[in-house]
Design a protein around this ligand. Structure first.
Ligand code: ADP
Ligand code: ADP
Length: 239
């Protein structure tokens, strides 16, 4: 079942730079897709377009059958609730506790005017704690986020996404600032969300090695175009 569909999608930045060129792509529910390509190829533009962190200039993007391209207000919020984001720089609130950071994943379930931390319910806190258990950080609930190692901070970000419970996870270079061993752990946790919770994962990775190891499907991007789309076992050495 298609969960993300790009139809003739192009993105040209205000300064004229072409980010994406006429992309046609279908990602099905439950896939673990890895996007590879050189720096500047358009990987991050692709992820930002799917979540509509910026508007595309042509075409249409459907999330679980609904167009996000021109969605507004409540409709846009409901579509975005189904999309979780993981960033290279973790994007945690550094001075807040691990628990509070994970709780922000629940914000998607409250109207915007209500998102004060004190309004989170016992159930929200339970979900946040369970999410931390799933990534092996239950003993860190009350630690300050910036006291944790980089790998641990990224796993807090993964717990935050788990607490959000989206259908789709977009991970933009989730391991770029981590060493190889820590990178594997982070990717294993993403794989866990995919296998155990059925979340569809789309991850940009710099490393073709990691792409082969973790992606069931590898998509190669060059100059804003899809130049490769296939099984990991068949991935060519360079894309
Ligand atoms: P990747 O994630 O593969 O490294 P990007 O999607 O970041 O590639 O960039 C694709 C192209 O778009 C590059 O040429 C980049 O310089 C350009 N680009 C990215 N963001 C912007 C922006 N905000 N304004 C103008 N050009 C941009
Ligand atoms: P450090 O980097 O300070 O050594 P770690 O993050 O490696 O700390 O490990 C802290 C605890 O979490 C360990 O007990 C480890 O076994 C566990 N752990 C590490 N990575 C994961 C993971 N991906 N999923 C579940 N538990 C993990």
């Amino acid at each position: 079942k298609p969960i993300i569909e790009l139809k003739h999608t192009s993105k040209v930045y205000d300064n004229g730079t072409v980010g994406l060129k006429d992309i046609n792509l279908t990602i099905n529910q439950g896939e673990f897709v890895v996007i590879v390509g050189l720096s500047g190829a358009g990987k991050s533009t692709l992820l930002r377009s799917i979540n509509r962190l910026h508007d595309i200039t042509e075409g249409d993007i459907l999330i679980d059958g609904k167009s996000i391209t021109k969605a507004k207000g409540k409709n846009l919020r409901l579509i975005r609730r189904d999309i979780g984001m993981i960033f290279q720089s973790f994007n945690l609130v550094k001075r807040s506790s691990v628990l509070r950071n994970v709780l922000t994943g629940r914000v998607a379930y409250y109207p915007t005017w209500k998102t004060t931390f004190n309004l989170f319910t016992k159930e929200d806190k339970q979900k946040a704690y369970e999410a931390l258990q799933q990534v092996g950080l239950a003993e860190k609930v009350y630690a300050r986020a910036d006291e944790l190692s980089g790998g641990q901070q990224q796993r807090v970000a993964i717990a935050r996404v788990l607490a959000q419970n989206p259908k789709i996870i977009l991970a933009d270079e989730p391991t770029a600032s981590l060493d190889p061993r820590t990178s594997e752990r982070v990717l294993n946790d993403l794989r866990m969300l995919n296998e155990k919770y059925g979340m569809t994962v789309v991850a940009n990775l710099h490393s073709v090695e990691l792409a082969k190891e973790f992606g069931n499907r590898v998509i190669g991007i060059r100059a804003g175009e899809v130049v490769y789309d296939g099984k990991m076992s068949e991935t060519p050495e360079s894309v």
